[in-house]
Design a protein around this ligand. Structure first.
Ligand SMILES: C[S@@+](CC[C@H](N)C(=O)[O-])C[C@H]1O[C@@H](n2cnc3c(N)ncnc32)[C@H](O)[C@@H]1O
Length: 370
């Protein structure tokens, strides 16, 4: 029987491709100089932001976690019944609460040859969650990968059966095209027998959606404003958090919740790390998150375009939330798409090479236009 100590059962790799300071600078410069200012939502998750998100998950208004967990409890046996042992790969794993429903079923059916591979940008949260799992599941092996899942992740092992997981309706935080690119990248890591479990928040009345992002205890507001603390700390900026209000609303045309920080007075902030001065009018906003809500049809269109086939849907009784089990499409259409992508990538590279070559040959003048 496998009985190694927990330190023998865990390996953490990375940070591999996590945002460099240069990329952070570029993202913040682009976002805060756009006509609708924005900050990418992945920057919520420093130690404080991750902590606050865990609190949000426990709020009475935040139905998402409760619904997803209840669906998981009902469907875990069905999801795991054909899993012969292999890798559970969770993208944006955070506190790794939900995966326990799957691990419990696996352990009850003596399926212990499972490796859990959490992938998250937040190293601290990933390590703490992994340690907790090791103490709860004495046979579990963990390979933690500290990485940005929107970029290529080199370290994902390929040799065993894989069940990819993306909980929390995190896919809703991507704009439509980004979501499809992201899903296609995952499809490319999958073999025909591998599966992908995708959590999706469904369209529902505004009266349910808006309170979930506007809780009465103000935790979501604190979470939202924390993104400015991240900018202040990393770029030596002087945003006053009190000068912004948390603002979250449902845009029914786009079928998405949006979170913004709305200036409650005229803003003049200095971002020394960017050598940038930002002014904002009272009422102007910085968008910090979108959370797209899905109909079955909208989800089906996204999934098909990304090169997946739906095996099963799992819902709660109100159909507020869903879990979809997917496999990679093996149709010729999908193969053609991969080939097209490869050809386009090659053409872009060739173009870039030609441009660089042309620039090298171009004479450089000291004054006027080059
Ligand atoms: C909304 S939380 C969801 C946590 C958990 N999966 C759940 O369902 O409760 C998003 C998680 O994804 C991580 N995350 C956000 N953007 C990421 C990125 N680009 N790459 C990797 N992890 C990311 C955050 O650190 C956080 O733990």
């Amino acid at each position: 029987m496998y009985n190694a100590s927990s330190t023998d059962r865990i390996e953490i790799v990375g940070p591999t491709n996590v945002t460099s300071m240069n990329e952070f600078r570029r993202d913040i410069l682009k976002g805060l100089t756009a006509s609708q200012k924005f900050i990418p939502s992945k920057y919520f998750y420093d130690a404080c932001g991750s902590n606050l998100f865990e609190k949000i998950c426990l709020l009475p208004e935040y139905y998402l976690t409760r619904m997803e967990l209840s669906i998981l409890k009902d469907s875990a046996s069905a999801i795991m019944e054909n899993f012969q042992g292999g890798d559970l790969i969770e993208l944006g794993s955070g506190a790794s609460w939900k995966v326990k429903t799957l691990l419990n079923v696996a352990y009850q059916s003596s399926l212990i040859d499972i490796r859990y591979i959490p992938i998250d940008v937040n190293e601290l949260v990933l390590k703490e969650a992994s340690k907790e799992l090791l103490s709860e599941y004495p046979h579990l092996k963990v390979l933690g990968i500290v990485a940005d899942f929107t970029k290529k992740i080199e370290k994902i092992p390929t040799e065993r059966e894989k069940l990819f997981i993306l909980f929390g309706s995190t896919i809703g935080n991507f704009h439509e095209k980004e979501a499809i690119t992201f899903l296609r990248n995952i499809a490319q890591l999958m073999e025909p027998n591998d599966r992908f479990l995708l959590g999706l928040d469904m369209v529902k009345p505004r009266e349910v959606l808006e309170p979930a992002y506007n809780d009465t205890q103000g935790v979501t507001s604190e979470f939202n404003k924390n993104i400015l603390s991240v900018v202040n700390r990393k770029l030596d900026a002087n945003f006053h958090l009190d000068h912004f209000d948390h603002y979250a609303f449902f845009d029914s045309e786009k079928s998405q919740m949006e979170m913004h920080l709305r200036a409650n007075c005229k803003i003049a902030a200095e971002i020394k790390g960017l050598n940038l001065h930002i002014t904002m009018e009272k009422g102007e906003t910085i968008r910090t998150e979108i959370s797209r809500k899905f109909t079955i049809r909208r989800a089906e269109a996204m999934i098909a375009e990304a090169g997946f086939v739906i095996k099963r849907w799992f819902f709660d009784p109100n159909q507020w939330f869903s879990l979809i089990e997917l496999t990679r499409s093996t149709s010729d259409l999908w193969k053609r798409h991969l080939n097209d992508q490869l050809t386009q990538r090659r053409a872009r590279k060739e173009n870039l090479r030609k441009c660089k070559f042309a620039n090298m040959k171009r004479p450089v003048r000291m004054h006027g236009k080059v």
